[in-house]
Design a binder for this molecule. Structure first.
Ligand code: MOS
Length: 708
């Protein structure tokens, strides 16, 4: 690798369209062999020089209060324990404004499960044993940990992704009052937890004033940019590496407290690498989760189902120590035409862990409510659910008035209907049984914004004999980014994929933004396209070895001229057992319009994975807090059930052939999140169609169907 230049100003150019040769075709996962053979090393597995130490977190058992005293005498008597840090002894941070990241800086406890001490020992086992020997004396104050319809809420300044808190067009309340047909229902979604296979983990090493962090993250540069000021360092003093990441689903999109804890533990032992792995149980309090939501949706329509008014009023909860406002009503702003519309977001601040990003924050819970409400309108008007959606298709984005970049929702619905056999569907619910199972089908729309992050930078290096090094500080959290970036680079440089030597996952590489918001491939790929274009301009098609060019991608996406979104349609067949209420999803079929699919295999895996996660949300996932203590009692994968193989039956994903050159030079948009959107609604609508019982809360559990 040539010298790091991630902070050097790079030429910014808006790339031209990339012709597709490798893009659109199969390419094996570039990291497949390394992963299945165990050669790929994760955050606490990286071989490091020096005498390795291990840190273990001790967490609060009260939801609100103060640490009076940490008694470490027994822990320190353990032969393997080297040190116990608490708020009186931990190194001071330079910036404690972000209270989620202000680890061990004062005695205040903001939620149950917060880090209150840190044990450093010679082995992982000794650290864990030491942690059990630490006695934390806490002063407990009355805490509020329950989120329900009685929670006191406020209007945040803005909601996640910088969206507006409230919007109103026309006079929705008057229009609802006058509408011939109305739906007014409240839908709830529970606390959901990201649960990646690789727990959050880091290996931290200080070498003088330089910190190296092998982290399990979706964003090496963002971790550096966030942690450097917290630690009182310049960004150049922090190097973050994440060559392989075992999933994240958003929970690793931002640094959380454990990364700071790892850095603090290592600071106490200069020169010693310190490994810190968060346990599965600790993850339920320390690494983000999707807040529960309550959405009241009101629809007003003509007898033929044409919407005249809609309101989506949603509440969620956040942590008192740091605000995160799930943007659940934003999809209602652009989804269907209705002249009178209103959306509002309110949040309750509680003494609970800090919620954060989880796959399609906002769209996932919001579209659940919205698309079940649409199904209720279909029932109320007697209009077929697909016809109803088509009837309410807007000409332009109802919110901004801009044309869409290519809204193909109706095509997704129509193609899916054909594939799924929708025309054979009985109009009346509860009209089909097979043995002891009621069988029904349901549909829902999916949408996700096309997001592009400007400023991404890539470096192209000629290696000789037609080979190129391509460097970008992107992260592949298991999505296939490493593979599709090779395909993009090959096409941008007009060579075959096996001529590309790609390096990612290191802040020593050129600046790249988060693998989040389904923006990674669009944003990093555009940077590669820009750098390749500049390289070919500077050095031609047969460059000498050693030449290199670094360039940043200017804003490519036509967000000024167009409302940029992806769309999809999800079809579900559900079976509900007549006597036990057990629900099985026998078929799930998603059809998507997501721009050009760069790699059909990795794309399909993303969509099937997200559909599975939507199925999991529909039937299983539900986090529970003890109302007395704030303890997340569902803190393992036995009590917090995530869909497993046996839960998934016939699962299909397909997409429309298209290229979106308003979106990216590759013609692609994002695919990571859209597959979870609408999926739980399709399942809910199918269970209604099977049984005639409308379940308005997730997950859809057997007890709802016991009286049928
Ligand atoms: Mo995704 S929740 O934006 O990492």
């Amino acid at each position: 690798m040539s010298s790091p230049d991630s902070t050097a100003a790079a030429t910014q150019i808006v790339p031209e369209q990339v012709p597709s040769r490798a893009m659109g075709r199969h390419l094996d996962r570039q990291d497949g062999v390394a992963k299945v053979t165990g050669a790929a090393t994760y955050a606490v597995e990286h071989p490091v020089d020096g005498d390795v130490l291990h840190a273990w977190l001790v967490t609060s058992t009260t939801a609100r209060g103060r640490v009076l005293r940490v008694d470490a005498s027994d822990a320190l008597a353990h032969p393997g324990v080297r040190r116990v840090l608490d708020h009186t002894s931990a190194p001071r941070l330079a910036d404690t404004e972000d209270r989620e990241l202000a680890v061990l800086q004062d005695e205040h406890i903001g939620f149950r499960g917060q880090i209150v001490a840190l044990v450093v020992a010679t082995s992982s086992e000794a650290a864990r044993e030491g942690a059990l020997l630490v006695r934390v004396h806490q002063d407990e104050e009355a805490a509020e940990v329950v989120f329900d319809e009685h929670s006191a809420t406020y209007a945040p300044e803005e909601v996640n992704a910088g969206a507006e808190t409230d919007t109103v067009d026309g006079d929705p309340d008057a229009a609802l009052a006058a509408a011939p047909v109305t739906v007014d229902a409240t839908y709830t979604t529970p606390h959901e937890f990201n649960s990646p296979m690789e727990p959050h983990a880091a290996t931290a090493t200080w070498d003088g004033a330089l910190l190296t962090l092998h982290d399990s993250t979706q964003a090496v540069h963002a971790v550096r940019a966030t942690l450097a000021p917290v630690l009182g360092l310049e960004p150049e003093q922090v190097r973050v590496l994440a060559p392989y990441v075992g999933g994240g689903f958003g929970s690793k999109g931002l640094p959380h407290a454990p990364e700071v804890a790892a850095a603090l533990a290592a600071l106490a032992f200069p020169g010693h690498p310190v490994r810190l792995a968060v346990t599965r149980q600790q993850m339920f309090a320390l690494t983000g989760y999707r807040t529960a939501t309550r959405s009241r949706v009101r629809l007003g329509a003509e007898p033929d189902g044409t919407l005249v008014a809609l309101r989506h009023d949603t509440t969620s909860q956040t942590s008192r120590i740091k605000e995160f406002a799930e943007q659940s009503a934003t999809a209602a702003r652009m989804m269907y035409a209705a002249p009178h519309r209103a959306t509002t977001h309110r949040v309750a601040a509680l003494d609970v862990p800090v919620p954060s990003w989880m796959r399609a924050p906002g769209e996932m819970p919001g579209m659940h409510a919205h698309e079940v409400a649409l199904d209720e309108l279909a029932v109320a008007t007697g209009v077929d659910p697909i016809d109803l959606r088509e009837r309410n298709e807007p000409e332009v984005d109802p919110e901004s008035g801009k044309p869409f970049n290519g809204r193909r929702l109706v095509e997704c619905l129509r193609l899916g209907a054909e594939r799924f056999g929708w025309s054979e569907r009985p109009a009346r619910p509860r009209s089909r049984a097979e043995g002891d199972w009621w069988v029904g089908t349901g549909v829902a729309s999916a949408t996700y914004p096309m997001l592009f992050s400007p400023g991404n930078t890539a470096r192209i290096r000629s290696l000789g004999e037609g080979r190129y090094g391509v460097d970008v500080g992107a992260v592949d959290l298991g999505t296939g980014a490493r593979t599709v970036l090779v395909q993009i680079a090959a096409d941008a440089l007009r060579v075959a994929p096996d001529c590309i030597d790609l390096a990612i996952g290191d802040t020593d590489l050129p600046f790249a933004t988060v693998a989040g918001g389904s923006s990674g491939t669009s944003s990093w790929g555009s940077a590669i396209a820009a750098a390749a274009q500049q390289f070919r301009h500077d050095h031609g098609a047969t460059p000498d070895p050693g030449l290199h060019t670094t360039a940043a991608s200017g804003a490519y996406t036509d967000t000024d001229g167009h409302a940029m979104h992806s769309f999809g349609a999800v079809f579900a067949e559900a079976r509900v057992h007549r006597w036990t209420g057990e629900v099985r999803v026998s078929r799930l079929h998603g059809v998507y319009s997501v721009g050009r699919v760069i790699n059909p295999m990795t794309a399909r895996s993303q969509l099937l994975g997200a559909l599975t996660m939507g199925l999991s949300a529909a039937l299983h996932e539900e986090g529970w807090r003890d109302p007395r203590t704030g303890h997340v009692v569902t803190q393992d994968l036995a009590t917090y059930h995530v869909a497993a193989h046996a839960d998934v039956l016939d699962l299909q994903a397909e997409w429309l052939e298209e290229e979106d050159h308003l979106a990216t030079p590759m013609g692609s948009r994002g695919i990571g999140e859209i597959g979870i959107v609408g999926t739980s609604a399709a399942v809910a609508n199918a269970t209604f169609h099977a049984t005639g019982v409308r379940v308005r809360s997730l997950p859809i559990t057997a007890d709802h169907f016991l009286d049928i």
